[in-house]
Design a protein around this ligand. Structure first.
Ligand SMILES: Cc1cc2nc3c(=O)[nH]c(=O)nc-3n(C[C@H](O)[C@H](O)[C@H](O)COP(=O)(O)OP(=O)(O)OC[C@H]3O[C@@H](n4cnc5c(N)ncnc54)[C@H](O)[C@@H]3O)c2cc1C
Length: 260
Protein backbone atom coordinates (compact mmCIF):
# COMPACT_ATOMS: atom_id res chain seq x y z
CA UNK A 1 0.00 0.00 0.00
CA UNK A 2 1.33 3.42 -0.98
CA UNK A 3 0.17 6.29 1.21
CA UNK A 4 0.91 9.98 0.76
CA UNK A 5 0.55 12.57 3.53
CA UNK A 6 0.53 16.28 2.75
CA UNK A 7 1.81 18.41 5.62
CA UNK A 8 2.34 22.14 5.98
CA UNK A 9 4.98 24.02 7.99
CA UNK A 10 3.07 26.40 10.29
CA UNK A 11 3.99 28.64 13.26
CA UNK A 12 3.88 26.72 16.56
CA UNK A 13 0.46 27.13 18.19
CA UNK A 14 0.41 29.68 20.99
CA UNK A 15 3.23 31.70 19.42
CA UNK A 16 2.74 35.46 19.23
CA UNK A 17 2.31 36.22 15.54
CA UNK A 18 3.64 39.58 14.35
CA UNK A 19 3.30 41.03 10.90
CA UNK A 20 6.12 42.70 8.97
CA UNK A 21 5.98 46.52 8.74
CA UNK A 22 4.73 46.40 5.16
CA UNK A 23 1.84 44.13 6.25
CA UNK A 24 2.73 41.59 3.57
CA UNK A 25 4.21 38.72 5.60
CA UNK A 26 4.19 37.04 8.98
CA UNK A 27 7.39 38.01 10.85
CA UNK A 28 9.09 34.63 11.19
CA UNK A 29 12.41 35.64 12.81
CA UNK A 30 11.50 34.48 16.34
CA UNK A 31 8.86 31.85 15.57
CA UNK A 32 9.04 28.12 16.20
CA UNK A 33 7.48 25.95 13.51
CA UNK A 34 5.59 22.68 13.47
CA UNK A 35 2.89 20.81 11.53
CA UNK A 36 -0.75 20.91 12.62
CA UNK A 37 -2.01 18.21 15.03
CA UNK A 38 -4.37 16.98 12.28
CA UNK A 39 -1.39 16.35 10.00
CA UNK A 40 0.64 14.67 12.77
CA UNK A 41 -2.32 12.28 13.10
CA UNK A 42 -2.32 11.78 9.31
CA UNK A 43 1.34 10.73 9.37
CA UNK A 44 0.79 8.48 12.41
CA UNK A 45 -2.21 6.82 10.75
CA UNK A 46 -0.25 6.24 7.53
CA UNK A 47 2.59 4.64 9.51
CA UNK A 48 0.12 2.45 11.45
CA UNK A 49 -1.61 1.35 8.22
CA UNK A 50 1.68 0.40 6.56
CA UNK A 51 2.80 -1.41 9.73
CA UNK A 52 -0.43 -3.45 9.49
CA UNK A 53 -0.70 -3.90 5.71
CA UNK A 54 2.84 -3.29 4.41
CA UNK A 55 3.82 -0.49 2.03
CA UNK A 56 5.37 2.95 2.15
CA UNK A 57 4.54 6.37 3.53
CA UNK A 58 5.57 9.41 1.48
CA UNK A 59 5.33 12.88 3.01
CA UNK A 60 4.99 15.93 0.77
CA UNK A 61 5.20 19.60 1.65
CA UNK A 62 5.25 22.86 -0.24
CA UNK A 63 7.19 25.46 1.67
CA UNK A 64 10.49 27.25 2.25
CA UNK A 65 13.73 25.23 2.43
CA UNK A 66 13.34 25.17 6.25
CA UNK A 67 10.25 22.94 5.81
CA UNK A 68 12.75 20.08 5.56
CA UNK A 69 12.58 20.19 9.38
CA UNK A 70 8.91 19.09 9.28
CA UNK A 71 9.71 16.40 6.69
CA UNK A 72 12.57 15.02 8.80
CA UNK A 73 10.26 14.96 11.83
CA UNK A 74 7.80 12.84 9.82
CA UNK A 75 10.66 10.49 8.91
CA UNK A 76 11.68 10.26 12.58
CA UNK A 77 8.24 8.80 13.38
CA UNK A 78 8.24 6.33 10.50
CA UNK A 79 7.74 7.98 7.06
CA UNK A 80 9.80 6.35 4.31
CA UNK A 81 10.07 9.00 1.57
CA UNK A 82 10.13 12.79 1.70
CA UNK A 83 9.29 15.30 -1.01
CA UNK A 84 9.75 19.08 -0.84
CA UNK A 85 8.38 21.60 -3.33
CA UNK A 86 10.67 24.50 -2.40
CA UNK A 87 9.29 28.04 -2.45
CA UNK A 88 11.09 31.37 -2.13
CA UNK A 89 14.62 32.18 -3.33
CA UNK A 90 15.94 29.32 -5.46
CA UNK A 91 12.55 27.58 -5.38
CA UNK A 92 9.26 28.00 -7.20
CA UNK A 93 8.49 31.71 -7.46
CA UNK A 94 5.70 33.64 -9.14
CA UNK A 95 2.28 34.69 -7.94
CA UNK A 96 1.24 34.30 -4.26
CA UNK A 97 0.57 30.90 -2.77
CA UNK A 98 -3.16 31.15 -2.39
CA UNK A 99 -5.06 27.87 -1.81
CA UNK A 100 -5.73 27.33 -5.54
CA UNK A 101 -2.07 27.64 -6.45
CA UNK A 102 -1.00 25.50 -3.49
CA UNK A 103 -3.44 22.78 -4.58
CA UNK A 104 -2.26 23.06 -8.18
CA UNK A 105 1.39 22.63 -7.10
CA UNK A 106 0.58 19.62 -4.90
CA UNK A 107 -1.50 18.02 -7.68
CA UNK A 108 1.35 18.45 -10.13
CA UNK A 109 3.85 16.92 -7.69
CA UNK A 110 1.52 13.99 -6.95
CA UNK A 111 0.96 13.33 -10.67
CA UNK A 112 4.69 13.42 -11.30
CA UNK A 113 5.47 10.98 -8.40
CA UNK A 114 2.65 8.68 -9.52
CA UNK A 115 3.89 8.67 -13.14
CA UNK A 116 7.27 7.48 -11.85
CA UNK A 117 6.37 5.20 -8.93
CA UNK A 118 2.68 4.20 -9.40
CA UNK A 119 -0.53 5.58 -7.89
CA UNK A 120 -0.94 6.28 -4.20
CA UNK A 121 -3.72 4.07 -2.74
CA UNK A 122 -4.52 6.72 -0.20
CA UNK A 123 -3.72 10.44 0.10
CA UNK A 124 -4.12 11.97 3.55
CA UNK A 125 -4.55 15.68 4.32
CA UNK A 126 -5.23 17.46 7.57
CA UNK A 127 -8.85 18.59 7.92
CA UNK A 128 -7.53 22.16 7.79
CA UNK A 129 -4.15 23.80 8.29
CA UNK A 130 -3.34 25.21 11.73
CA UNK A 131 -2.64 28.74 10.46
CA UNK A 132 -4.70 29.85 7.45
CA UNK A 133 -7.29 27.08 7.99
CA UNK A 134 -8.91 27.46 4.58
CA UNK A 135 -10.29 23.85 4.42
CA UNK A 136 -9.60 24.03 0.68
CA UNK A 137 -6.40 22.33 -0.36
CA UNK A 138 -7.37 18.65 0.11
CA UNK A 139 -10.71 19.09 -1.64
CA UNK A 140 -9.11 20.93 -4.55
CA UNK A 141 -6.39 18.28 -4.99
CA UNK A 142 -8.91 15.42 -4.86
CA UNK A 143 -11.09 17.18 -7.42
CA UNK A 144 -8.14 17.80 -9.75
CA UNK A 145 -7.09 14.13 -9.48
CA UNK A 146 -10.71 12.95 -10.00
CA UNK A 147 -10.69 11.02 -6.70
CA UNK A 148 -13.30 10.82 -3.94
CA UNK A 149 -12.64 12.71 -0.71
CA UNK A 150 -14.14 12.71 2.77
CA UNK A 151 -13.07 15.39 5.24
CA UNK A 152 -13.30 15.36 9.04
CA UNK A 153 -12.29 11.69 9.28
CA UNK A 154 -11.77 10.18 12.77
CA UNK A 155 -11.33 6.50 11.84
CA UNK A 156 -9.89 4.65 8.82
CA UNK A 157 -10.14 0.98 7.88
CA UNK A 158 -8.64 -0.63 4.80
CA UNK A 159 -10.64 -3.31 3.02
CA UNK A 160 -9.77 -5.21 -0.19
CA UNK A 161 -10.20 -2.40 -2.74
CA UNK A 162 -11.92 0.11 -0.54
CA UNK A 163 -11.34 2.45 2.37
CA UNK A 164 -13.90 2.78 5.16
CA UNK A 165 -13.84 6.27 6.67
CA UNK A 166 -15.81 7.36 9.73
CA UNK A 167 -16.71 10.97 10.41
CA UNK A 168 -17.77 12.07 13.86
CA UNK A 169 -21.14 13.87 13.90
CA UNK A 170 -23.31 14.94 16.86
CA UNK A 171 -25.35 11.74 16.80
CA UNK A 172 -22.39 9.36 16.35
CA UNK A 173 -20.49 8.49 13.17
CA UNK A 174 -21.18 8.78 9.45
CA UNK A 175 -19.59 5.84 7.66
CA UNK A 176 -18.27 6.18 4.09
CA UNK A 177 -16.97 3.44 1.81
CA UNK A 178 -14.65 4.86 -0.86
CA UNK A 179 -13.06 3.05 -3.79
CA UNK A 180 -9.26 3.25 -3.81
CA UNK A 181 -7.38 5.39 -4.69
CA UNK A 182 -9.05 7.83 -2.33
CA UNK A 183 -8.32 11.06 -0.49
CA UNK A 184 -9.15 11.72 3.18
CA UNK A 185 -8.93 14.84 5.36
CA UNK A 186 -8.29 13.66 8.90
CA UNK A 187 -8.85 15.22 12.32
CA UNK A 188 -6.92 15.21 15.56
CA UNK A 189 -8.12 12.35 17.79
CA UNK A 190 -7.86 9.79 14.99
CA UNK A 191 -4.93 8.30 16.94
CA UNK A 192 -2.28 9.34 19.44
CA UNK A 193 0.84 10.26 17.44
CA UNK A 194 4.04 8.68 18.73
CA UNK A 195 7.03 10.74 19.79
CA UNK A 196 10.24 10.22 17.84
CA UNK A 197 12.83 8.03 19.52
CA UNK A 198 16.54 8.91 19.43
CA UNK A 199 17.00 6.00 16.99
CA UNK A 200 14.17 7.39 14.85
CA UNK A 201 15.70 10.87 14.85
CA UNK A 202 19.09 9.53 13.75
CA UNK A 203 17.53 7.29 11.07
CA UNK A 204 15.45 10.22 9.74
CA UNK A 205 18.61 11.98 8.55
CA UNK A 206 19.23 9.15 6.09
CA UNK A 207 15.73 9.05 4.59
CA UNK A 208 15.79 10.07 0.91
CA UNK A 209 14.48 13.57 0.23
CA UNK A 210 13.47 14.63 -3.26
CA UNK A 211 13.07 18.27 -4.31
CA UNK A 212 10.43 18.78 -6.98
CA UNK A 213 10.04 21.96 -9.01
CA UNK A 214 6.53 22.57 -10.40
CA UNK A 215 4.85 25.16 -12.64
CA UNK A 216 1.66 25.58 -10.52
CA UNK A 217 -1.15 27.57 -12.11
CA UNK A 218 -1.65 31.03 -10.60
CA UNK A 219 -4.54 30.99 -8.14
CA UNK A 220 -6.18 34.34 -8.75
CA UNK A 221 -6.58 35.74 -5.22
CA UNK A 222 -4.54 38.76 -4.28
CA UNK A 223 -3.46 39.73 -0.79
CA UNK A 224 -4.43 43.21 0.38
CA UNK A 225 -2.76 43.33 3.79
CA UNK A 226 -2.22 41.09 6.79
CA UNK A 227 -3.80 42.51 9.93
CA UNK A 228 -3.07 41.50 13.50
CA UNK A 229 -6.32 41.32 15.49
CA UNK A 230 -6.54 43.19 18.81
CA UNK A 231 -5.22 41.05 21.65
CA UNK A 232 -7.77 39.61 24.09
CA UNK A 233 -6.34 39.87 27.57
CA UNK A 234 -7.33 37.19 30.06
CA UNK A 235 -6.68 37.86 33.74
CA UNK A 236 -6.04 35.40 36.56
CA UNK A 237 -6.67 36.50 40.14
CA UNK A 238 -5.27 34.42 43.01
CA UNK A 239 -7.92 34.44 45.74
CA UNK A 240 -5.70 33.05 48.46
CA UNK A 241 -4.01 29.90 49.68
CA UNK A 242 -5.67 26.58 50.75
CA UNK A 243 -8.57 26.91 53.30
CA UNK A 244 -8.18 30.65 53.39
CA UNK A 245 -9.35 30.77 49.73
CA UNK A 246 -12.44 28.56 50.26
CA UNK A 247 -14.74 31.32 51.57
CA UNK A 248 -13.68 33.61 48.74
CA UNK A 249 -14.43 30.88 46.18
CA UNK A 250 -17.93 30.47 47.66
CA UNK A 251 -18.47 34.26 47.48
CA UNK A 252 -17.35 34.26 43.88
CA UNK A 253 -19.61 31.34 42.89
CA UNK A 254 -22.55 33.14 44.51
CA UNK A 255 -21.66 36.31 42.65
CA UNK A 256 -21.61 34.35 39.38
CA UNK A 257 -25.02 32.88 40.20
CA UNK A 258 -23.70 29.30 40.31
CA UNK A 259 -24.63 28.90 44.01
CA UNK A 260 -27.99 30.06 45.35
C1 LIG B 1 -4.02 35.88 -1.57
C2 LIG B 1 -3.24 34.97 -0.73
C3 LIG B 1 -1.86 35.00 -0.79
C4 LIG B 1 -1.09 34.15 -0.02
N1 LIG B 1 0.24 34.21 -0.15
C5 LIG B 1 0.99 33.36 0.55
C6 LIG B 1 2.39 33.37 0.40
O1 LIG B 1 2.94 34.14 -0.38
N2 LIG B 1 3.12 32.49 1.12
C7 LIG B 1 2.51 31.59 1.98
O2 LIG B 1 3.21 30.79 2.62
N3 LIG B 1 1.17 31.55 2.14
C8 LIG B 1 0.40 32.41 1.45
N4 LIG B 1 -0.94 32.39 1.62
C9 LIG B 1 -1.53 31.39 2.51
C10 LIG B 1 -1.73 30.14 1.65
O3 LIG B 1 -2.66 30.37 0.66
C11 LIG B 1 -2.32 29.01 2.39
O4 LIG B 1 -1.62 28.81 3.57
C12 LIG B 1 -2.21 27.74 1.55
O5 LIG B 1 -2.82 27.92 0.33
C13 LIG B 1 -2.88 26.57 2.19
O6 LIG B 1 -4.19 26.91 2.48
P1 LIG B 1 -4.69 26.69 3.93
O7 LIG B 1 -3.58 26.96 4.89
O8 LIG B 1 -5.97 27.39 4.08
O9 LIG B 1 -4.85 25.11 3.94
P2 LIG B 1 -6.10 24.20 4.16
O10 LIG B 1 -6.88 24.15 2.92
O11 LIG B 1 -6.79 24.53 5.43
O12 LIG B 1 -5.23 22.88 4.35
C14 LIG B 1 -5.79 21.58 4.35
C15 LIG B 1 -4.68 20.59 4.34
O13 LIG B 1 -3.96 20.72 3.09
C16 LIG B 1 -2.59 20.39 3.30
N5 LIG B 1 -1.75 21.54 2.96
C17 LIG B 1 -2.04 22.86 3.03
N6 LIG B 1 -0.99 23.61 2.66
C18 LIG B 1 -0.01 22.73 2.35
C19 LIG B 1 1.34 22.87 1.93
N7 LIG B 1 1.88 24.09 1.75
N8 LIG B 1 2.06 21.76 1.68
C20 LIG B 1 1.52 20.51 1.86
N9 LIG B 1 0.26 20.33 2.29
C21 LIG B 1 -0.49 21.41 2.53
C22 LIG B 1 -2.45 20.02 4.78
O14 LIG B 1 -2.63 18.64 4.93
C23 LIG B 1 -3.61 20.77 5.41
O15 LIG B 1 -4.00 20.22 6.65
C24 LIG B 1 -1.73 33.23 0.85
C25 LIG B 1 -3.13 33.19 0.92
C26 LIG B 1 -3.87 34.05 0.13
C27 LIG B 1 -5.37 33.97 0.21
Amino acid sequence: MRILCCVKRVPAPGARINVTDDGRQVETAHLGFTTSPHEECAVEEAVLLTEAHGGTVTVLTLGPPEAVEQLRYAASVGAHELVLIPTGAGGVGGSPWDPQRTASALTEAIASREAEHGAFDLILFGNESADAGGFQVGVRVAHALGRPIVNGVKDIEIDDDTVIARRAVDAGFEVYELPRPAVLGVKEGLNLPRYPTMKGRLASKKVALEELMVDADPGGQSMIRLHRPAEEISKTEILGDSEEAAAKVVDLLEELGVLQ
